[in-house]
Design a protein around this ligand. Structure first.
Ligand code: HEC
Ligand code: HEC
Length: 289
């Protein structure tokens, strides 16, 4: 390689660097002034940064900087603050009664926050994302309750479950009238008409007449003489437009035939009493009461 020869460019009068590629020569123009200043400013900034902030790695650690800044310390301070706030909320939940939680806006807000997150993770699989329910899974958003909608009722349902196998769980079983031949198929058909009539819809009058004494004998003990339901045994109101298993004749007839009973797990051994309180407050508030 030959040593580069610097010469003057005849067009611009600027000296070249002496580098040449395929006849193209590089002019030795000075760097633009603005660019130089930015460059110097960056150097000054980085020196300032090294002095003030953690920067240079060493063998056993790193230079800490005069400001003592540390993301790790920041994070643990933020976590401590959060734990203090949470701790206060959690401690209050432990001692407060359900009614006290609901009447203290700050504590209620905390309970709702806890309730929302626990519900999303554990209950939404069956009850739907907002608690809207599905066929066979109780709607928790409305004001219709199988087992009772007071704060204490809800707390008890969540703690011990329904047909959950827990000793203190809520328990009742509608007989499978058709399957166990307590009623023959004509009687089941008549009874279906009777239930349709109870909810205020058009039904066969003759069938209703035939089913009336049977209802009083077989069904009224749980659903009440007027079919209004009974929360102590979880028997739904048959006169309203709210249905657990469906409102059409096929669904009603199937329930009379099979006597299904939904199972709701007991959560008392999974969650602390505070968490269950928070869930009860959340569901109570969500149902618009
Ligand atoms: C495996 C499905 C399942 C899961 C999970 C579940 N539930 Fe239920 N839940 C049910 C069923 C089914 C019923 C209705 C039981 C019946 O038919 O009597 C019910 C009923 C209820 C009721 C009573 C409603 C009423 O009208 O009286 C409440 C309150 C309730 N669930 C709350 C919860 C909460 C809170 C959670 C989460 C911690 C939860 N459920 C998780 C299935 C489930
Ligand atoms: C031992 C109490 C009991 C008796 C007796 C009983 N039921 Fe029920 N019935 C229930 C319960 C409890 C449910 C709700 C099951 C559940 O929550 O999963 C229910 C549910 C129903 C439903 C479904 C309601 C809905 O919202 O989807 C119909 C319909 C019904 N019963 C009709 C009858 C008829 C008709 C008779 C008489 C032939 C009868 N039941 C007798 C306890 C009873």
């Amino acid at each position: 390689m030959t040593h580069p020869v610097r010469e003057k460019d005849e067009h611009s009068g600027v000296e070249t660097t002496g580098h040449e590629w395929d006849g193209i020569r590089e002019l030795d123009n000075p760097l633009p002034r603005w660019w130089l200043w930015v460059f110097y400013a960056c150097i000054a900034y980085s020196i300032g940064y090294w002095v003030l902030m953690p920067s240079w790695p060493g063998l056993t650690g790193y230079t800490r900087g005069l400001l003592g800044q540390s993301d790790r310390v920041e994070v643990s301070r933020a976590l401590n603050d959060l734990a203090t706030v949470r701790g206060a909320g959690a401690a209050k939940l432990k001692t407060a009664t359900l009614a006290q939680i609901e009447s203290d806006p700050e504590l209620q807000a905390y309970a709702l926050q806890v309730g929302t997150s626990i519900f999303g993770d554990n209950c939404a699989t069956c009850h739907g994302a907002g608690g809207g329910g599905a066929k066979g899974y109780a709607n928790l958003r409305d004001d219709v309750w199988l087992w009772g909608g007071t704060l204490e009722d809800i707390q008890q349902t969540i703690t011990y479950g329904i047909r959950s196998g827990d000793d203190q769980g809520r328990m009742s079983q509608m007989p499978a009238f058709g399957r166990d031949q307590l009623l023959n198929s004509a009687q089941v058909a008549d009874m279906t008409e009777y239930v349709v009539a109870l909810s205020g819809r058009q039904a066969s009058a003759a069938a209703v007449t035939r089913a009336t004494p049977v209802f009083a004998e077989q069904c009224a003990s749980c659903h009440g003489p007027a079919g209004k339901g009974m929360q102590s045994v979880g028997a739904p109101d048959l006169t309203d437009s709210d249905w657990l298993f469906g409102s059409d004749r096929a669904s009603i007839s199937s329930q009379i035939h099979n006597g299904r009973g939904g199972v709701m797990p007991a959560w008392g051994h999974r969650f602390s009493p505070e968490t269950i309180k928070a869930l009860a407050v959340y569901i109570h508030a969500n149902s618009g009461q």
